[in-house]
Write a protein that binds this ligand. Sequence first.
Ligand code: AHM
Ligand code: MG
Length: 394
Amino acid sequence: MSHKCPKYEDVLLSFFLPIKSLNESVLKITLWKIFSIAMHSSAIIKQLNIGVKSLMTRSNIMKTLGQFIVEKQAEYPNAKGELSGILSSIRLVAKIIHRDINRAGLTNNIIGGSGVENVQGEAQMKLDLFAHNTMKQALISREEVAGFASEEEENIVIFDTERGRNAKYVILTDPLDGSSNIDVNVAVGTIFSIYRRISPVGTPVTLEDFLQPGHRQVAAGYIVYGSSTMLVYTTGNGVNGFTYDPSLGVFCLSHENLQIPQDGRIYSINEGQYLKFPQGVKKYIKYCQEVDTETHRPYASRYIGSLVSDFHRNMLKGGIYIYPSATNYPNGKLRLLYEGNPMAFLAEQAGGKATDGYTRILDIQPTELHERVPLFIGSKEMVNKAEEFMQESV
Ligand code: AHM
Ligand code: MG
């Protein structure tokens, strides 16, 4: 193979050739290799520079989630960074699930049913279990977490180690919401909810630590794996959304201080179940469909069948999501602890509203780990209107 050596190789050669013991052709090849490595390294360094510069440019405009968490923590001088640690673990879980969802069509290990039913008799998908295990493993290794409960596991998981007994927080999660949508490339989500334990630190957590009303949440959020992956969360001081940049592996603050429009023009409900719904819901659906230019009706009907995605869209555009009670679901289908409470906390923090048709979701005292609740959530005016129909029909 002939090498077309640049001039400076000749210059270099002129330094070495006087050493008689050196073979000219071996020396030429060696020098050419050194030169190639140098050129290659400089190209890599240039690329790295471009990458770092682009990250810096972006982060000048968009803060990363890591920076944001550190900044927020600094606002509370007494904070020990425990919540920040938990949020960092959830960020990692989001990246892992994002990666696997994106490969879903390429491997049989991810799509399809697992052949198992969860505690509520619903078919578990492989990714449900994968997401559940990923979340559990990420949290079990944290010293701030005393226990964990998941839609996919019958009982609470007590982290009964010295570290777990001395930890302050419990986490509840729907690890993969809307999982029946995975096989068809439709957006799904992960929901999480964080409480401070009420049992004494130093003892194992108990069921009571998990059965707290939603207004006691210290943080809640979701990850939506959609056209882009976003992590949206609140610690009770407004709602912020971070979009994942897979090329950099970071979440960037893209939706600061999210506010749900007070009113909207989208209603999201599984209308196929219409005949099974209570009278108030049927009347509200008819109200949404009536023509009235002043109130911009009829509203648009949009239902993805994935709470996180439907809620996320409504939060950005204005709208209402309803999963009411039905003759086949006397208390609705959604779970109070894994879905109702965290989404209600987010809705209220963004200026929206969440009720079961009569009562504020965050005021309901849970009595069971997997209890269900009817959910009316979204733009305040729309939820108020739906509530009016519910109350009139009692
Ligand atoms: P899941 O947590 O088992 O996925 O169930 C909850 C999901 C929601 O995300 C979604 O809005 C609803 O169930 C869809 O139910 P349906 O098919 O009855 O409309
Ligand atoms: Mg769910």
